[in-house]
Design a protein around this ligand. Structure first.
Ligand SMILES: Cc1cc2nc3c(=O)[nH]c(=O)nc-3n(C[C@H](O)[C@H](O)[C@H](O)COP(=O)(O)OP(=O)(O)OC[C@H]3O[C@@H](n4cnc5c(N)ncnc54)[C@H](O)[C@@H]3O)c2cc1C
Length: 411
């Protein structure tokens, strides 16, 4: 019976431990926190968006870094299998907007309890408050781990599933990157991702708390378009966040680290500029004798109105019937293209995932085993893999955890 040590009791680690044990391994799961799945608990705002019900091919499109590497793992343990796996463990699931799969109870704790029950049913030894300090490698193969307490544990295989460095309060403090480097692995550049962005202009602050639905954003570097998406966003005291902004961050993050980029917001994407002009004209005709600032109520949410009036360059007290055609056209253009300067990403404390990680070039995609060190496996966010929001990042953790578990326990 192969002895397998799993480092990290998050999504990938618990999954790896379950499947290593189902494969017949003698499994010891080590977690430095006082409980398992601390990050899993806060996923999906406490509801845990555990996978996405999309067609398997679409899963690859949702992966931003190294989708090809995931071919074996996604096909070995698919999103459908994730749903079946949790249903079998007693977690009934439901599918919401955009294919997002949640536990029917809306409680992430049900996902964690189901995994914990399965670990104990399989006889996996779980040690909490147990921090791994180093991997022990002898003659090109891993032989165990050294704990922070000074104790050494011996094993035939070690699976590193210690996560990234985002939300470090959940225990993901980047230890796996250090372990990998110490074993001669390359760790690619790390960046916070699925993270809010900071904005230079004064009006972002004025708009704090405002949520915009059905808008389209575009992010450009000079004339070059880097990202475009339809959806929902939110203003904060430092800048912008919300689904489209978080997704954008995983695409433009690297560029934004080097220089400022421009965020364009189309507030009325369903209308062409001409259609919108007609709509504005109707509004102006109905309010001919009013002041400009009192004529646009139906066009914007209350919080946005004073900002749009100010940015339009039209004196706010100007009578509507005195507004020139040029002024109106400029105003229409502003509604279709409200621009802001993005100055940077927020930090790891606010990032849903870490972009970058253990280079997948040195990992066997069919087993998750290191190509440098025999018996050493990696799974989950510690790897250079990341996807957009929608349950895909957890699917990466389940699929890579599954493959690592099965293979680490194989004689
Ligand atoms: C707020 C938030 C919401 C999210 N929501 C979703 C969502 O709804 N859907 C989705 O798909 N993804 C979501 N994610 C992303 C998802 O949580 C991660 O991609 C996933 O948890 C990664 O799993 P992992 O097992 O690789 O790492 P983690 O879950 O981070 O687990 C790593 C574990 O290893 C332990 N560990 C680290 N170092 C050591 C050490 N030296 N010794 C022992 N133990 C150690 C840590 O304590 C931790 O428990 C969200 C992330 C955040 C921050």
């Amino acid at each position: 019976m192969r002895k397998v040590i799993v480092v990290g009791g998050g999504a990938a680690g618990m999954m790896a431990a379950v499947f290593a044990a189902r494969q017949g391994g003698k499994v010891h799961l080590l977690e430095k926190n006082e409980k398992l799945g601390k990050k899993l608990f806060i996923t999906g705002k406490g509801r845990c968006n555990l996978t996405n019900a999309a067609d398997i091919e679409e899963l690859f499109n949702a992966v931003v870094s190294n989708p090809k590497f995931l071919y074996s793992s996604f096909y070995s343990f698919t999103n459908d299998q994730t749903i079946d796996f949790f249903e079998e463990l007693g977690v009934k699931t439901k599918v919401e907007r955009g294919g997002r799969v949640f536990p029917q109870s809306d409680h992430s704790s049900d996902v964690i309890s189901a995994l914990s029950r399965e670990l104990s049913r399989l006889g996996v030894e779980v040690s909490l408050n147990t921090e791994v300090k180093e991997l022990i490698v002898e003659g090109g193969r891993v032989t165990g781990v050294l704990l922070a307490s000074g104790k050494k544990l011996v094993s035939d295989a070690v699976i590193v599933a210690s996560g990234g460095i985002s939300y470090p309060s959940t225990g993901s403090t980047g230890d796996g990157y250090r372990f990998a480097k110490e074993c001669g692995h390359k760790v690619t550049e790390l960046l916070p991702s699925l993270v809010p962005m900071e904005v230079k202009e004064w009006y972002a602050k004025e708009l704090m708390g405002l949520s915009l639905r059905n808008i389209e954003i575009r992010i450009t570097d000079g004339k070059k378009k880097l990202y475009e998406e339809f959806g929902e966003m939110l203003f904060t005291h430092y800048g912008v966040t919300g689904p489209v902004i978080l997704s954008a961050s995983s695409v433009v993050g690297k560029g934004l680290k080097k220089k400022e980029l421009t965020l364009h917001i189309d507030l009325k994407p369903a209308l062409t500029e001409e259609q919108l002009d007609k709509r504005v004209l109707r509004e102006f005709e109905a309010n001919q004798n009013r002041q400009f600032k009192n004529s646009v109520d139906s066009l914007f949410p209350a919080k946005l109105k004073p900002v749009m009036v100010e940015l339009s360059g039209i004196p706010e007290e100007k009578k509507v019937n005195e507004i020139t055609r040029e002024e109106r056209i400029r105003f229409v253009h502003l509604i279709k293209d409200l621009t802001m300067t993005l100055t940077g990403l927020r930090g790891y404390n606010e990032a849903i995932i870490t972009k970058g990680g253990v280079s997948v070039r040195e990992i066997d995609p069919g087993s998750m085993e290191s190509k440098n060190v025999e018996g050493l496996y990696f799974a989950g966010e510690v790897l250079d893999l990341d996807a957009v929001t929608g349950g895909y990042n957890l699917q990466i953790a389940w699929s890579t955890g599954y493959l690592a578990g099965i293979n680490a326990a194989q004689e």
